[in-house]
Design a protein around this ligand. Structure first.
Ligand code: NAD
Ligand code: UDP
Length: 310
């Protein structure tokens, strides 16, 4: 397959590029480096089966030659990033998804959208199943991301129903691993950077809100299986093991024996979801997928990466 991966220089996108290359496919990585890094794909740049196109996917894109699959991963993803870039976030979810779908339609290629657990908002149903419609504040600070992704799902379904494009939608829950940016503001890199520098860990609120963290290799495997399947309805991919933010802070402090780090409580951001955990029944049944890397192992591997870049 010849695969176009938008957002391929980002955290998840760069791991996807590697996986597709390892499976013997050709990869065209499209990225404008808004929140991604050239360093993430530097090791791939000289391969004949890899090419990089510096392009803002919110503008139309032409690719010469055949394309078999388009994976649309371009979008700021960390709350700090999308709060800093609300309009580019709305544009890449709306115009960028439209352009990526247009490319897939023109090339008769499969299309896979990177959606998110954020489309469930601050959920009133727990754990979250794909048939839950969500509880999103459209005019709150997170609305630029949540509503962009909800629009992206809607236009993807419209291209499937109206144009017959072969589409997939993955709803990704909190994912972590090597190549996250230390300063991207997400909780894992924030806590790991802080513990490695011996600073206090900034726990927002009382730290009783929960998340469920999936290691990036597990996520990429689920995405690969979904692309090869025929499922056009959304599929949650995430690790169903739930933990409070305070417990996470304590686990990360325990990874660095002798650290001076303590816990520093900060105000909880507006509309911060109180609980989040995926129901992965559909992924299990349709894709035979479930996560394999537990948090202890994943956190160790990720800490090693952050040690090497700090
Ligand atoms: P990231 O910020 O590391 O990667 C996003 C990439 O998209 C970056 O390389 C950035 O430069 C690129 N990009 C942004 N706007 C662009 C544009 N207009 N044109 C071209 N490229 C553009 O974030 P990530 O964590 O790797 O997230 C990747 C995708 O997965 C996003 O769509 C995100 O919404 C989704 N997702 C991620 C998570 C997670 O926990 N990591 C959870 C849910 C959904
Ligand atoms: N969080 C925190 N301290 C930080 C960064 C984040 O306590 O320095 C909390 C945040 O309020 C949220 C959780 O950690 O409840 C996960 O935040 P993140 O930004 O990683 O992703 P989200 O799941 O909110 O999109």
């Amino acid at each position: 397959m010849r695969t176009v991966i938008t957002g391929g220089a980002g955290f998840v996108g760069s791991h996807l590029c590697e996986r597709f290359l390892a499976e013997g496919h050709e990869v065209v990585c499209v990225d404008n480096l808004l929140t991604g890094l050239e360093r993430n794909i530097a090791h791939l740049r000289n391969r004949p089966d890899f090419s990089f196109v510096l392009h803002n996917i919110s503008e139309p894109l032409t690719i010469d030659g055949p394309v078999d699959a388009v994976l649309h991963f371009a979008s700021p993803a960390s709350p700090a990033d999308y709060l800093a870039h609300p309009i580019p976030t709305l544009k890449v979810g709306a115009l960028g998804t439209h352009n990526a779908l247009g490319l897939a339609k023109a090339k008769n290629a499969r299309f896979l959208l990177a959606s998110t657990s954020e489309i469930y908002g601050d959920p009133e149903v727990h754990p979250q199943r794909e048939d839950y419609w969500g509880h999103v504040n459209p005019i709150g600070p997170r609305g630029c991301y949540d509503e962009a992704k909800r629009f992206a799902e809607a236009i993807t379904m419209a291209y499937h129903r109206y144009h017959g494009v072969s589409t997939r939608i993955v709803r990704i829950f909190n994912t972590y691993g090597p190549r996250m940016r230390l300063n991207d503001g997400r909780v894992l890199p924030a806590f790991m950077g802080q513990v490695l520098r011996g600073e206090p860990l900034t726990v927002f609120g009382e730290g009783q809100q929960t998340r469920s963290f999936c290691y990036v290799d597990d996520l990429v495997d689920g995405i690969y299986r979904l692309l090869l399947s025929d499922e056009h309805l959304p599929v949650n991919i995430g690790n169903p093991v739930e933990i409070t933010v305070l417990e996470l802070a304590r686990e990360i402090i325990a990874l660095v024996p002798g650290t001076r780090s303590t816990i520093d409580y900060r105000p909880l951001p507006q509309d911060d979801p109180k609980r989040r955990r995926p129901d992965i029944t559909r992924a299990r049944e349709l894709l035979g997928w479930e996560p394999k890397i537990d948090r202890a192992d994943g956190l160790r591997r990720t800490l090693e990466f952050f040690r090497s870049v700090i």
